[in-house]
Design a binder for this molecule. Sequence first.
Ligand SMILES: CC(C)(COP(=O)(O)OP(=O)(O)OC[C@H]1O[C@@H](n2cnc3c(N)ncnc32)[C@H](O)[C@@H]1OP(=O)(O)O)[C@@H](O)C(=O)NCCC(=O)NCCS
Ligand SMILES: [Zn+2]
Length: 186
Amino acid sequence: MITYSRVTKDDLKDIIEYYETYLNSGEAVRSSIRSAFEQGRYFGYKAMDQDTDKVAGYFTFQEGVLLTYPHADYERELEHATAHRRTVTVDALMVDRGYRARGIAKELARLNLEDLRSRGVELFCVEIWVYPDGSIPAKNVYEAMGKPIYHKLAADFYKDAHTFGISCPICGTHCKCGALLEVIRI
Ligand SMILES: CC(C)(COP(=O)(O)OP(=O)(O)OC[C@H]1O[C@@H](n2cnc3c(N)ncnc32)[C@H](O)[C@@H]1OP(=O)(O)O)[C@@H](O)C(=O)NCCC(=O)NCCS
Ligand SMILES: [Zn+2]
């Protein structure tokens, strides 16, 4: 049976391990998650398999507007789109390979939406991962969460990630993935 609960400080090590398996890896990634936790700017939900006591997935946020690494042009646009409104950013959406296509991401999204609304959050930013083959596995999850008020396909979004010590689980050092940058009104 899968159960859902909030992430806590005790999840930090496992979140980083998951992140480096399924999303990006590198010291920049680790320190961003660590410092957000330390400053109380990190929150979200996890899915647990009660039978194995193993985490099946995470969907987490950080306070504010932030990108995997600096992009002055997009940052300006995001700041404009989110001005004066309580905004958070998706940190990670990742479901263990063995647990996919069972509605876990959708349930994590539903719980987060309730929580975001109760915190008074109006908008969230997200870099929706576009794989090198053009597929966007998380698209439906985000589409169901609200209405995009900013939407931009950044095809070479991660091209300089390696200069920040960040690597990709699909491409390795030189990432050819893109991002659909969105600000979603919940
Ligand atoms: C994307 C991911 C989180 C989906 O998790 P999941 O628990 O399998 O998703 P769900 O079963 O809740 O399905 C959610 C929706 O996404 C769709 N979906 C799931 N996997 C998909 C895929 N590989 N390609 C296209 N659509 C997909 C489902 O059909 C469903 O849509 P629907 O309800 O409208 O039919 C998971 O594949 C994952 O962790 N991938 C690797 C990391 C990643 O890409 N994270 C997203 C970063 S932006
Ligand atoms: Zn890549």
